[in-house]
Design a protein around this ligand. Structure first.
Ligand SMILES: [Zn+2]
Length: 318
């Protein structure tokens, strides 16, 4: 097992090549990814959603993540249950960096905590920033326990090859509204983006961590319970600047998920979908998804408009 000691992980490409060479399941699924169908859905306001028809993701899109199902299965992120072919890179002595054998990205990693602990980002956001700095060429993402994490009982991040999600570029080109500033840190939003997104940028890891905790606290109060507020997060590190995109949520799955027949759309939006790549395991959904469906579904699963306005007001006053 290689130990990075928290420094830049320069040889992820060698790690991938070795895994694709030695692990038939990973090799097959990465090859399969080269053949998946992709279509562009241009949205009003200038952003883009790419739709990926990826049958291998059925296990994730339709996964049962209720407590009973989770407690009855062997945890696939615990080290003792990893397949023998799966290689690991140790990060910060606390995480294992793994090749995700069911990819969405041409390079897709899962980063699992070495302990079997619940998926809760509170207290671990700075780890996400350090990881983003170490994984050059990747965007690190986090799915909350009720927002797409397929192992809500075992803390993990994922990372995908940078530049695949439209949001990574759109955040630079679309009109933004400043919400709060402090030193090098800036919080803004993108207007007319069909989903609510907070963008946090800065080069001070402690400042970013503190502001994240503020946002988390406000959302948790709004939600009115002790559980983690529903959210998805994308983080990239560009030189010395971190850019974090936070998507507060109000629902895990849209009404269409539970419909039958024509009306059904089997989609469980998570970080990558909010980043602008919609993953659908069924061809009929791939064909059906258009700008109206994208807008409707984002509207259902994003934080409600009233709560969003309240969140921005609170952030302006900090
Ligand atoms: Zn586990």
């Amino acid at each position: 097992m290689a130990n990075t000691g928290g420094h830049a992980i320069r040889n992820t490409e060698g790690f991938f090549r070795s895994q694709l060479d030695q692990w038939p399941l990973a090799r097959e699924n990465y090859r399969g990814l080269e053949r998946v169908m992709l279509k562009d859905v241009p949205m009003p306001g200038g952003c883009l959603v790419k739709v990926q028809f990826n049958p291998a993701r059925m296990r994730s899109s339709a996964a049962r993540v209720d407590k009973k199902t989770i407690s009855e299965r062997p945890c696939f992120l615990c080290e003792k249950n990893l397949p023998p072919e799966q290689e690991r890179i140790l990060f910060d002595d606390s995480y294992l960096i793994l090749v995700n054998p069911y990819p969405i990205f041409s390079r897709h990693l899962t980063i699992a905590l070495r302990k079997h602990e619940d998926q809760i980002i509170y207290g671990r956001f700075a780890d996400m920033l350090r990881l983003a700095a170490a994984l050059e060429g990747y965007t690190v993402f986090y799915n909350g326990p009720r927002c797409g994490a397929s192992a809500p009982d075992h803390f993990h991040f994922q990372a995908g090859a940078r530049g695949f999600m439209p949001a990574e570029k759109e955040v630079l080109s679309l009109r933004r509204r400043r919400i709060a500033e402090e030193g090098t840190l800036l919080i803004s939003t993108v207007e007319d983006y069909h989903r609510h997104m907070l963008v946090m940028e800065g080069s001070d890891i402690d400042g970013l961590d503190r502001w994240f905790n503020e946002i988390y606290g406000i959302l948790q109060l709004m939600q009115g319970g002790p559980d983690e507020p529903m959210l998805n997060i994308l983080t990239g590190c560009y030189g010395r600047l971190w850019r974090v995109m936070i998507f507060p949520r109000s629902a895990h799955r849209p009404a269409q998920f539970y419909e039958e027949g024509e009306k059904q759309v089997l989609l469980s939006p998570a970080s990558v979908d909010f980043g602008g790549v919609w993953i659908t395991p069924r061809q009929e959904d791939f064909e059906k998804i258009d700008a109206a469906i994208v807008n409707d579904i984002f509207g259902q699963v994003s934080l409600g408009n009233d709560e969003w306005a309240l969140l921005l007001e609170r952030l302006k006053r900090i």
